[in-house]
Design a protein around this ligand. Structure first.
Ligand code: FPP
Length: 227
């Protein structure tokens, strides 16, 4: 969800005004994606590298989920949308943790889309944790070295709870940046990438649909050849 800062700067507003507006976009796109029948929408909301930002901005970003869930959970429940988090929840301020955990609890019986926030998330840290988890299981002989395969790796990543849905079909990066920035490095091995110049606060359901149309034009071969 890139481009909040630039959106605000263009309007001579403080960066946090862009994040506030970006949060409104999260609501719009969540509803639109659910309506389109998307099964999992993962939004990169805060990376393990974002702690390097000015303290005031970090503080504001940590308050956003509190505000967001406070206002939006009833609507999420109504639409059957389940909130999940991928990332280190324990490393968040206590009030943010409470808001996030309450939202997960309050929406868990939904049967619609999974709204998965990547929060305090970084893919390299995730991979290191996965290696530690598997190494421990190997040392305990809960698993044998020869049995370690791609499925076991996937299961031990933070997105393991998504099962068959843990590898995204489509990754959209907004704001004209064309890099991955430590996002789901294992999981996007065969994802289709769409880069749009649109800043996240300006991203609409039409931009989402255009990105999906672009995805639909792609020829996914997963390394094979077309029959
Ligand atoms: C990147 O834009 C955006 C972020 C680091 C924060 C994104 C968070 C939200 C949109 C709100 C999340 C809401 C919930 C409920 C968790 P940037 O600041 O890097 O923009 P720039 O590249 O233009 O400076």
């Amino acid at each position: 969800m890139d481009g909040n800062g630039r959106w605000a700067k263009k309007r001579l507003m403080p960066r946090v005004a862009g994040h506030k507006r970006g949060m409104e976009t999260v609501k719009t796109i969540t509803k639109a994606a659910n309506k389109l029948g998307i099964k999992v929408l993962t939004l990169y909301a805060f990376s393990t590298e974002n702690w390097k930002r000015p303290q005031d901005e970090v503080k504001y970003l940590m308050k956003l989920p509190i505000d967001f869930f406070d206002k939006f959970v009833p609507e999420l429940v109504e639409q059957g949308i389940r909130v999940k988090v991928t990332g280190d929840i324990d490393g968040l301020p206590e009030a943010t943790q409470t808001a996030v955990n309450n939202a997960i609890r309050d929406t868990e019986s939904g049967s619609g889309m999974i709204l998965n926030f990547a929060l305090n998330y970084g893919s390299r840290t995730e991979i290191v944790n996965m290696v530690q988890k598997i190494a421990k299981q190997a040392a305990d002989h809960t698993i044998e070295l020869k049995d370690i395969d791609e499925q076991i790796v996937s299961k031990n990543l933070m997105t393991g709870f998504l099962g068959d849905l843990s590898d995204p079909d489509l990754l959209i990066r907004t704001s004209g940046e064309e890099r991955i920035s430590n996002f789901l490095l294992w999981q996007i091995a065969y994802s289709e990438l769409v880069f749009t110049p649109v800043l996240w606060p300006d991203f609409t359901s039409t931009t989402l649909e255009e990105s999906i149309l672009e995805y639909q034009k792609r020829d996914r071969r997963f390394g094979g050849i077309k029959k």
